[in-house]
Design a protein around this ligand. Sequence first.
Ligand SMILES: Cc1cc2nc3c(=O)[nH]c(=O)nc-3n(C[C@H](O)[C@H](O)[C@H](O)COP(=O)(O)OP(=O)(O)OC[C@H]3O[C@@H](n4cnc5c(N)ncnc54)[C@H](O)[C@@H]3O)c2cc1C
Length: 385
Amino acid sequence: MSTLAALVPSAIPAPDEALRAEVRAFLSVALRSLPPHVRARSWMGCDAAFSRELGRQGWLGITFPPAYGGAGRSAFARYVLVEEFLNAGAPVGLHWIADRQSGPLILKYGTEAQKQAYLPRICKGEAFFCIGMSEPNAGSDLASVKTRATRTASGWTLSGQKIWTTNAHHCHFMIALVRTSGEPQDGHQCLSQVIVDLSLPGVTIRPIRDLSGDSHFCEVFFDNVQLAPEALIGDEGRGWEQVTAELAFERAGPERLFSSIVLFEEWLAFVRTAQGRTASATRLAGRLVAQLAPLRAMSVALTEKLVRGESPVVEAALVKDLGTTLEQDMPAAIADDLFSREAGEVPAELLLTLNHVTQVAPSFSLRGGTRDILRGMIARGLGLR
Ligand SMILES: Cc1cc2nc3c(=O)[nH]c(=O)nc-3n(C[C@H](O)[C@H](O)[C@H](O)COP(=O)(O)OP(=O)(O)OC[C@H]3O[C@@H](n4cnc5c(N)ncnc54)[C@H](O)[C@@H]3O)c2cc1C
């Protein structure tokens, strides 16, 4: 009960809510030539020029202090931005990780030199980061990572392999969870995080093609990569604690509710037409919105906790599990509706959008931690394990 009681309903403060109209107006112009099946990629869509333009608008690293190029705004301001980006299907993939978790991680654990080196570039859309956690045989069981950074006279030597690394082939840096001492069976102990410049000799990046034909995640190999001493972020041996805090940022946001939203909006637009409106479609629309509204309220309540500087790990797992269930239910329910109609009645662009979302939907409950793992965390939070 204490976990659920902790998600007290909260409202986005008016000054942050005021950002919405400005962002929406910008996006309606910037994205006008992108068809829905492209916008449906949303935070998997990549456009470096678009990311830099958001930087010029002051919308990247909006929560970072002005001394590092940010606007010093609260997590609510970022929430409004992110919600608008997702609802519009903006191609935000390149800067997404840096803005959401690498930047905040550097801010929390980095040295002054690391903050100066990376944060202003993140705010300009000039430094893209990826997450180097998963490895072959170390996905859910993250504590068993084998990639190793060994101390040398001049810094660190990095060897090993990461997998499923989103956008590694487009990123400048990875924050990698690595073993700095001990053996894989030592579990949480002996893990640290290092910032890896992906242009260094010894780094090989191989994109992996997914079901939809896109290549957005990669295998990344490290073959005796030489890192400077200052590649270490935070304290040596505290990597597990740092990664856990990082995952709360990863699981708490609206991207765990809105991955299918462009499809939902397209379908709603069809259902609003005389040809598209049916009693069963209207009921379905009501059911989906009725599920989305409380989830969104829970996600805003989580943001309140981030604003207070808390790390709501269990609550974030709860919202991600429920949110991704809805995100996966949407394309399935919309497909049932559309395929119950006469052939030729449904707009082709809507079918293209459905096709893309259906193909990527299985990944929604894998990325960022699988459903089984999240439910284990929720059970522990409820005192059941
Ligand atoms: C689209 C996408 C993007 C990704 N991007 C990144 C990224 O940028 N960086 C990164 O580091 N990783 C990334 N990942 C990897 C992702 O975090 C892992 O796929 C995920 O953690 C699961 O690990 P695994 O694939 O090794 O599966 P496994 O851990 O092998 O799990 C296989 C199955 O067994 C179940 N299972 C495993 N352990 C338990 C248990 N203890 N109890 C009950 N069931 C269990 C799982 O739920 C799952 O169903 C991405 C994955 C996807 C799909």
